[in-house]
Design a protein around this ligand. Sequence first.
Ligand SMILES: Cc1cc2nc3c(=O)[nH]c(=O)nc-3n(C[C@H](O)[C@H](O)[C@H](O)COP(=O)(O)OP(=O)(O)OC[C@H]3O[C@@H](n4cnc5c(N)ncnc54)[C@H](O)[C@@H]3O)c2cc1C
Length: 294
Amino acid sequence: MANDNIRYDIAIIGTGPAGISAAITAKVRNKNIILFGTSKVSEKVKKAHKILNYPGLLEVTGEAFYEKLYEHLKMLDIEVTDKKITTVYSMGDYFALQSGSDMYEAKTVILATGVVNSRELPGENEWLGRGVSYCATCDGTFYRDKRVAVIGYNAETFEEVKYLAEIAKEVLYFRIYKNEQDELMNIESAKNIKIITEIPRSLRGEKTNRIIVTDNGEYSVDGIFILRDSIAPDKLVPGLRTDGTHIEVNLNMETSIEGCFACGDIAGRPYQYVKSAGQGNVAALSAVAYLAHM
Ligand SMILES: Cc1cc2nc3c(=O)[nH]c(=O)nc-3n(C[C@H](O)[C@H](O)[C@H](O)COP(=O)(O)OP(=O)(O)OC[C@H]3O[C@@H](n4cnc5c(N)ncnc54)[C@H](O)[C@@H]3O)c2cc1C
């Protein structure tokens, strides 16, 4: 059962223009929603120097657009549940959403998770669930007093590294981003954490431990955590039809799984704010229509 004992009408994953637009429309249509995001508003929204093609917003900066989106959520009393969803299970007439040890339930799901920019590492798929994990909170306890590696694609992943360091004997932290924020996060002072800045080339599983191969050598560990901004859609929702990067959708933003919708960058190119927001609106209206016929 859900953590909060509620089966929501619509669970929306992602707080970019697509997810926020879906949440606004669903809320206006009086649906009981839950909006998940790893930040209040997608950090990608801040990236644009100036947005030139969003109707009604004249030459708005990414920063200002970010603030406007957040204001809109607040105005409608839409809270962001600051959780990373690791798996969505289709249970027939509802969905179970997992975030660490927390479970949530919803009758429909809208995926608005943006695109995964980094490529899958060789061996990643093969060893997933067998020593390779995407979630430190879910699987960290399996590695008590062992040696683990974390491949972190952004500074926020260091929070999970610190958690693992409390459990594991040693954590090798492969940092796949620029180190400007290290000082801020006090990375160097952490105990039993070794920072490695080489990019892993492959994850080579063996019987008792996994080997990470880099250009400069090999590291033997018991478990590997790969922590990115987003999870590949077919890993997030097992059984979902994708082309690897994007989820297959029709014009109603319906995916190959009934009751599951997708919008924004994750539903295909072009990668644009206005297209994402438009698709979020369509996905929400399709979910509302689906709920009416349940
Ligand atoms: C540098 C840069 C400049 C850009 N400039 C422009 C521009 O000028 N004009 C324009 O139109 N577009 C621009 N874009 C593209 C634009 O940023 C994207 O098209 C847009 O942000 C996509 O919105 P989205 O809602 O689909 O996904 P995103 O904005 O990527 O949001 C996805 C959200 O989902 C969250 N999330 C992902 N997985 C999970 C999970 N498992 N659980 C919980 N939350 C999750 C992420 O943390 C994120 O908050 C730019 C992009 C970049 C990188």
